[in-house]
Design a protein around this ligand. Structure first.
Ligand SMILES: [Zn+2]
Ligand SMILES: [Zn+2]
Length: 145
């Protein structure tokens, strides 16, 4: 059976449905993810864009990432919840925010990137593969190792 996940924002204006297994799930402690998150990291579910259908209008904020890629973060214009991001370095992919899932335990994070930037109080699962910065070739390449 194909895995199916649903999620959305706090006010309900934006919802989504995702079909299939994530390519990877990871925590990111970069400053941008921290500031956009409400805590010390963002948790991203990487999926092919075609496997995700979003209902409702999002607002996006695009900014350059440390990698030089452009990251567009999309959120509900009404309640501000982070829904997903897209990265110009990984076309065709969408990064859903695990915080927006209806059932967040449907995913299991596998890795941590930018661990060196984590606040001391945001302690992560020590059994996860952890990279101090973004690994060479990006998170997807790291998962393929
Ligand atoms: Zn909303
Ligand atoms: Zn990040």
């Amino acid at each position: 059976m194909t895995k199916s996940m649903t999620g959305g924002c706090l006010c309900g204006a934006v919802t989504y449905a995702a079909q299939g297994e994530p390519i990877f799930v990871g925590h990111c402690h970069c400053v941008h993810c921290r500031k956009a998150s409400g805590t010390g990291h963002g948790t991203h579910i990487a999926m092919p864009e075609n496997d995700v259908s979003v209902t409702g209008e999002v607002k996006s904020y695009a900014h350059p990432a440390d990698s030089g890629n452009k990251v567009a973060r999309s959120f509900c214009p009404e309640c501000g919840c982070a829904i997903y991001s897209k990265n110009s370095g990984m076309p065709g992919m969408i990064f859903l925010r695990a915080s927006s899932l209806d059932d967040p335990d449907q995913v299991t994070p596998q890795m941590i990137v930018y661990a060196s930037r984590a606040p001391k109080w945001d302690v992560m699962d020590a059994s996860l593969t952890s990279f101090p910065e973004m690994p060479e070739g990006g998170a997807q390449a790291a998962m393929d190792r």
